[in-house]
Design a protein. Structure first.
Length: 299
């Protein structure tokens, strides 16, 4: 075990209640799970790290001996009911302890104990701030590389230009995507996405008075296709849609946008139940996958 890590950096989020009655923060809790730090003390059996080493941390410790852990799938929800307890599970590994997930405190403290195999030493070229971004980057790698299996010359559309969406765009670009399209409702985010990893960006228009959400989503997808010269099939169609907002209309629009035989990966978390164009998914033979956190060797 790495005994203690100090000087932690990183953004954080806390969710007090996901669904009424399912999960509530009942007492004060230390926040933080996207972090890096400096090793303060190590256990007697730790050989690959020494005090003073700068490390990025994986914030979810599991049992390491159950079958899911052995397969590297410890992050996945075990039952559908787990969707309503997003932060704690139940996981494939029933013994996961995830930072800032009650009853476990998070990493934004002076000292934080972490298993040695979940601390990754940073090269000199990376700062502690860079190290804190390894955890959200792992989310992008898991969804874009492991699940969507983006390949060179593909067209990828990412809904949401927040931190996770931007990193998904960056991973797609690094994997050789020919065209990366960023979609968001804030111009400033789209401007940054265009300067960072997106080849093209699109801002959906507003919902018309009396317009149903599904009709709005269908119309928005059609407007995107016309404005950005996106085809319904072939090399100019959208091979992969990464949905990183969790918003119902973005999810729907993504299904309308994806080309026949394309891939749709749901990364964003919003309402636990949304309406989707199921017949469209069937006739287009879309491959639909869910993405939750990340897995082994992704930080």
């Amino acid at each position: 075990m790495v005994g203690l890590v100090r000087r932690l950096y990183g953004p954080f989020t806390v969710i007090k209640r996901l669904v009424p009655g399912d999960f509530i923060v009942e007492k004060p809790m230390v926040l933080g799970h996207e972090s890096a730090g400096i090793v303060y003390k190590v256990g007697s059996k730790v050989k690959h790290l020494k005090p003073g080493a700068r490390v990025a941390m994986e914030p979810g410790a599991t049992c390491r001996v159950c079958e899911p852990c052995k397969h590297g799938r410890y992050e996945v929800l075990r039952t559908f009911e787990g969707l309503y307890n997003i932060l704690t599970g139940p996981q494939l590994c029933a013994d996961i302890e995830f930072a800032a997930t009650p009853p476990y405190d998070g990493t934004l403290a002076r000292y934080y104990r972490v298993p040695a195999d979940l601390a990754y030493e940073l090269p000199e070229t990376l700062s502690l701030e860079d190290g804190a971004m390894m955890e959200p980057l792992a989310v992008g790698i898991h969804s874009v590389s492991n699940l969507a299996q983006v390949r060179a010359n593909q067209v990828v559309a990412v809904f949401g230009a927040g931190p996770v969406g931007l990193l998904c765009m960056a991973v797609a670009k690094a994997l050789g995507a020919r065209r990366v399209i960023g979609i968001d409702i804030q111009q400033s985010r789209l401007d940054f996405a265009k300067s960072y990893a997106a080849n093209d960006v699109f801002m959906p228009g507003p919902l018309k008075e009396g317009e149903k959400r599904m009709d709005y989503s269908r119309r928005t997808a059609q407007e995107m296709k016309e404005k950005l010269n996106i085809a319904d099939a072939g090399p100019d169609g959208v091979d992969v849609v990464i949905e990183a907002t969790g918003a119902e209309v973005c999810i729907q629009t993504g299904y309308f946008l994806a080309k026949s035989g394309g891939m749709f990966v749901q990364v964003g978390m919003g309402s636990p139940e949304v309406q989707v164009p199921i017949t469209l998914i069937l006739v287009k033979e879309l491959v639909v996958k869910g993405s939750f956190r990340y897995g082994i060797n992704q930080i």
